[in-house]
Design a protein around this ligand. Structure first.
Ligand SMILES: [Zn+2]
Length: 245
């Protein structure tokens, strides 16, 4: 999936690729051909602060938007991570095929945990996964990532009923109610302002729920070991707009 952009990057020349690999990355190490073969080590992960990891992902999204993706040596990264992983962050994102977190944050193998469910809401399984990622595996940042024109939120806005989806869409009731207080009708999926407000409200709700429903995560946040951030990815531009950042 990265090929078109990676090819575009090659046109810039080897010097640009070395730059893409080097200064903005926390775990920068380049192969002889300018490819990025490094992975996050236990020591590197331990040395990172939550703010540094957040800056790293923001820089990665900027590279993605600019068509300046890192030239990862995935085979080398597979070999380097076979015996362990020390990811920097855990991202909870939507199922949507157009929002692959590793690509839009320009991350390699072993860099980030990713949990995905339509509409990027938390539940006990996602909370347990985020607790593992942070308290057990050492990740420093939790990212709740929504996106524009989210089909799950739009489906909830229209009251779609289909098998198990009917119950799943109940997860967005609170976000839809919040959006109704700040936008005017009609309250359906065709109202972009309403849907946009619900998408942001859903990210904010999920951020709050993570802290209120997981004492494991709340304690790490209070101790400054972990940070919870939220953003909304724009399908048209590839850019993530961060909430309260
Ligand atoms: Zn979605």
């Amino acid at each position: 999936m990265t090929r078109p952009l990676a090819v575009a990057g090659l046109w810039i020349g080897a010097a640009a690729l070395v730059v893409a690999c080097a200064p903005s990355r926390l775990d920068s190490r380049s192969g002889g051909d300018g490819s990025h073969a490094g992975v996050v080590t236990k020591e590197a992960q331990a040395a990172m602060t939550p703010s540094q990891v957040f800056a790293d992902l923001r820089a990665g999204n900027a590279r993605f938007v600019d068509g300046n993706l890192t030239n990862y040596d995935f085979s080398a990264q597979v070999r380097a991570t076979a015996s362990g992983q020390f990811p920097k962050a855990v991202v909870l994102s939507c199922l949507d095929s157009r929002v692959p977190p590793e690509i839009i944050f320009d991350q390699g193998i072993g860099d980030i945990f990713v949990g995905r469910v339509a509409g990027n809401f938390e539940n006990v399984d996602m909370l347990g996964s985020m607790e593992f990622a942070t308290a057990a595996a050492g990740s420093k940042l939790i990212v709740i990532l929504g996106h524009s024109a989210c089909g799950a939120v739009k489906g909830a806005a229209d009251g779609v009923e289909l098998g198990n989806l009917t119950v799943m869409l109940d997860n967005f009731d609170s976000a839809l109610a919040t959006a109704k207080r700040t936008t005017s009708g009609p309250y359906n999926a065709g109202n972009t302002a309403y849907v946009d407000a619900a998408i942001e409200a859903n990210v904010r709700q999920t951020m709050a729920d993570v802290l209120s429903r997981s004492s494991v995560i709340k304690d790490q946040v209070d101790a400054g070991k972990v940070m919870v951030v939220g953003g909304v990815y724009d399908l048209a531009t590839g850019r993530v707009s961060w909430i309260d950042a």
